[in-house]
Design a protein. Structure first.
Length: 625
């Protein structure tokens, strides 16, 4: 087997080094289904950008290729019949594009699916907002979250910075547009009235409003505590909201480098009186267009770019696999990464004011939105350089200090911001729930942060912050022995992160909770030697097998087992054999989402994962056994 392992490691190294860009980064696609493709068509048509026909035609082609035989679109392969919201978005975009008409077969099939599954009333809140912005859905009579909410001080029990960065960046432009009840239709706007199940119906927000009614009292109390003329306060809140967006644009014009936030910002600015041809809006559109990527021969609009994440992970995996740090590939990668270290005080500093910036963000153009995952990943990559090069050493010290400082008070680590876990908000039963609104400690972030400190900094494992992290992980294990991973699919991902983290900080291998996790991984191994997990795990909040193995899930499970087992068990050997036997595999399992954005709504296929995680698992297997 040794020769086969070496051969596969070399094959993966060759593949990855060939795909590196001239600037040292890896730009593998960040693929997120069809929603962003649909929204780009809807945005371009709403802004009447007539010179974008080629892009619209390319996006239409990709959307149509993803349609199922029953007329629906899915957001993951084993989703039952299809996804109602995605099907509405696709149907609307195809009609608005002008490349399909109502009587076309694709639209007739989609319409029947939508009507059979409850019509427009049953789609998710974000899609309803999009339809309201473009004149297809009525805005609610009143706002459950008043725009004056943005004026609440940080000291108030419920304020803007109690929300996660993702929630803030999307909610603020929604507050503006909903306040104005802004919508924009054009001569090309299709008629979606047949997608409402009752004639004369044009919108219903009852579910969303009911979900927020319990928050009326704290909102009203907060408004009552504001001093000033109500009308002036109202206009001040709108100005603050506008400034928040404008002050957090990246150099490419996008708002936080997120597609959805930028899409909403454009409509919010038009609600505030900006012309659709204003330079700020046209630059934002150009920024979104720069998110284009090619998948095969199809054009896809990425939600954002994943260059820093890809580059940090791949560079580390290559070094673990034996590529020398002095090689040109690693030098170029680390040069790229050190240029992306962030030196600005972003929103993260609201809850963590006494530390120097030093984190890394996710995308190619992100300059003030760092996160723990990218920071520790980048630090792993530059570690060997930090020993000898004073410039890298300074970057290393700042990054390590920032990562330590971001630990939550409960002992775990969040993704973006410290202590954003207001339990009052976690009870809101809206799409994504706490995943969208909050940024709490998670097993995947806590595990990988501990793994970094244990393996890459040789931190004394008796340090209080290490002990607190271990304690948080052990307290948050599931009853079956697994851990839930917030940013991947899902329990295999979280268990891999937790086990490798615990092992790195010298938690004993025979610890009962470690052994329970190992036995859980053995119990869910497939007959073919691999592992696979469904996106349904994320929705049902329990492990749901995919009933097929994937190379990425197999690599995660193997890496966890390798970290704690003293010898290559039969299960590990079967898993390694699966990776070796599927080296050329390319089917729906290789394109299956391994990352999650919002439970039940937004999943990510990281194209880099199919190479880098099998490489990491095989390299660790070779090194240990």
């Amino acid at each position: 087997m040794k020769e086969k392992v070496d051969t596969e490691i070399n094959r993966l190294i060759d593949k990855l080094t060939q795909d590196q860009k001239h600037n040292g980064s890896w730009a593998y696609p960040f693929e997120t289904g069809i929603s962003t493709d649909c929204y780009m068509i809807i945005l371009l048509r709403t802004l009447e950008m007539e010179d974008e026909e080629d892009l619209i035609e390319a996006l239409v082609s990709r959307i149509l290729r993803k349609q199922g035989k029953n007329g629906a679109w899915k957001i993951f392969h084993d989703e039952a019949e299809g996804n109602l919201t995605a099907t509405v978005e696709a149907c609307y975009a195809l009609l608005y594009s002008g490349h399909r008409k109502k009587e076309d077969r694709e639209i007739c099939l989609a319409t029947r699916f939508i009507q059979r599954h409850g019509g427009l009333k049953e789609i998710n809140m974000f899609a309803k907002v999009m339809l309201a912005l473009t004149g297809q859905y009525k805005w609610p009579r009143y706002l459950p979250v008043p725009v004056k909410f943005i004026l609440f001080p940080v000291s108030f029990p419920l304020n803007l910075f109690d929300l996660s960065l993702y929630a803030r960046s999307n909610l603020i432009p929604i507050l503006i547009t909903a306040d104005y009840k802004f919508s924009r239709k054009t001569e090309r706007s299709p008629d979606l009235s047949d997608l409402f199940l009752q004639r004369g119906d044009d919108g219903d927000w009852e579910t969303e409003l009911n979900n927020w009614r319990s928050f009326q009292t704290p909102f009203q109390r907060g408004i009552g505590s504001l001093i000033g003329n109500p009308e002036q306060l109202h206009e001040l809140a709108l100005q603050r909201a506008e400034e928040y967006m404008l002050n957090r644009r990246e150099l490419d014009g996008t708002f936080y480098s997120y597609f959805s936030a930028t899409f909403l910002m454009i409509f919010a600015l038009m609600a505030r009186g900006y012309s659709k041809n204003d330079p700020i809006i046209t630059k934002a559109v150009e920024g979104l267009k720069s998110f284009q990527t090619n998948i095969g021969k199809q054009t896809h609009m990425q939600y954002t770019t994943a260059n820093v994440w890809n580059t940090a992970l791949i560079s580390h995996a290559l070094q673990k696999a034996g590529v020398p740090s002095a090689s040109m590939e690693i030098k170029k990668a680390n040069h790229y990464l050190i240029g992306r270290q962030q030196m600005k005080y972003g929103d993260w500093s609201i809850h963590n004011p006494d530390v120097t910036p030093g984190g890394w963000g996710f995308s190619n153009i992100n300059t003030f939105n760092p996160d723990l995952d990218d920071t520790t990943a980048a630090l792993r990559s530059i570690r060997s350089f930090a020993r000898e090069n004073p410039v890298y050493r300074q970057a290393w010290d700042r990054g390590v200090q920032w990562a330590v400082s971001m630990q939550n008070d409960d002992g775990g680590w969040p993704a973006f911001e410290k202590n954003v876990d207001n339990t009052l908000l976690s009870w809101l039963p809206i799409e994504g729930g706490g995943s969208m609104l909050l940024d709490p400690s998670t097993a995947d972030l806590t595990g990988r942060t501990l793994e970094f400190f244990g393996n890459d900094t040789h931190t004394d494992t008796y340090q209080p912050f290490i002990k607190d992290g271990v304690k948080w992980l052990l307290q948050n294990q599931e009853k079956d022995g697994s851990w839930y991973g917030r940013w991947g699919i899902c329990y295999i991902y979280g268990t891999w992160s937790a086990i490798t983290g615990l092992a790195a900080v010298k938690t004993r291998n025979n610890h009962p909770q470690v052994q329970k996790a190992i036995q859980w991984l053995y119990a869910i191994q497939n007959q073919d030697g691999g592992w696979g997990e469904s996106c349904k795990s994320d929705i049902e909040k329990k492990y749901v097998p995919l009933k097929e193995s994937t190379r990425t899930h197999t690599a995660w499970a193997l890496d966890a087992l390798i970290a704690v087992e003293g010898k290559a068990t039969p299960e590990i050997k079967r898993g390694i054999s699966y990776l070796l036997e599927t080296s050329e595999k390319e089917d729906w399992t290789t394109a299956y989402p391994k990352g999650q954005g919002l439970p039940g709504g937004f999943y990510i296929h990281y194209h880099s994962y199919e190479y880098l995680f099998p490489l990491l698992a095989l390299a660790n297997y070779r090194e240990k056994f």
